[in-house]
Design a protein around this ligand. Structure first.
Ligand SMILES: [Zn+2]
Length: 214
């Protein structure tokens, strides 16, 4: 069985005053406000990103909403109006991975010489079979078997992408790795998290990592 755990929620943010304008609804001139509607997409609340930014104007008298014209459209203002957490949440989520792992007290997994070498010298393209439930303090399921791929190695840290689905057993993950699906970029959530290389060993010692494929 598999679950695609994409979520989304709609939000609005205020950009700022748009000056006095005429409202066709209440038929008066009055102050308008520039607003932006957007959608926060998230995966397991770890990786968040914003889509569907729609600027609009709000009549201060009657609350009517008008789609913003080209002239009222400013991509930078719209981006800046969106709260930091919604824009950058996935970066904070990546920090949370580190702290949850630090608190983890899961029994060590059986060791294999090859895997312990991989965590000390990671390569781009390494695929880790991981239990996401063990990476979160409030997992949405008891077991969340998934894949994490190394996308960059930068000195003492690695960038990783996390698959956008999970399974309740390892066979689903193994199948995706064997078939090559897990080697495709679109198998993963768009956000990349940065982790210290030392955390890879820790994840393995704590049983978060089940297997590593190179
Ligand atoms: Zn109005």
């Amino acid at each position: 069985m598999f679950f695609v755990s994409w979520g989304s929620k709609g939000e609005v943010a205020e950009i700022g005053p748009a000056g006095d304008r005429h409202c066709d609804r209440c038929n008066q001139d009055g102050p308008f406000t520039k607003m932006v509607a957007y959608r926060v997409r998230h995966i397991y609340w770890l990786f968040r990103w914003v889509t569907d930014r729609t600027p609009f104007l709000l009549c201060g008298r009657c609350g009517s909403q008008y789609l913003a014209d080209q002239g009222d459209h400013d991509a930078k203002q719209e981006r800046d109006a969106i709260p930091f957490w919604d824009r950058r949440g996935w970066t904070i989520g990546a920090g949370a991975i580190g702290s949850v792992i630090a608190l983890g007290s899961i029994a060590a997994a059986a060791d294999s010489a090859a895997d312990s070498g991989y965590v000390q010298a990671p390569h781009v393209g390494d695929i880790y079979e991981v239990d996401l439930a063990k990476m979160m303090d409030k997992p949405e399921a008891r077991v969340m078997r998934s894949a994490m791929r190394i996308t960059a190695v930068k000195g003492d840290s690695v960038e990783v992408a996390v698959a956008n689905l999970y399974y309740d057993d390892w066979r689903g993950v193994d199948r995706d790795i064997t078939s090559g699906k897990a080697a495709q970029a679109d198998y993963y959530a768009p956000g990349h998290a940065s982790l210290p290389v030392a955390n890879l060993k820790r994840m393995r010692d704590d049983g978060v990592v089940y297997d590593i494929h190179r």
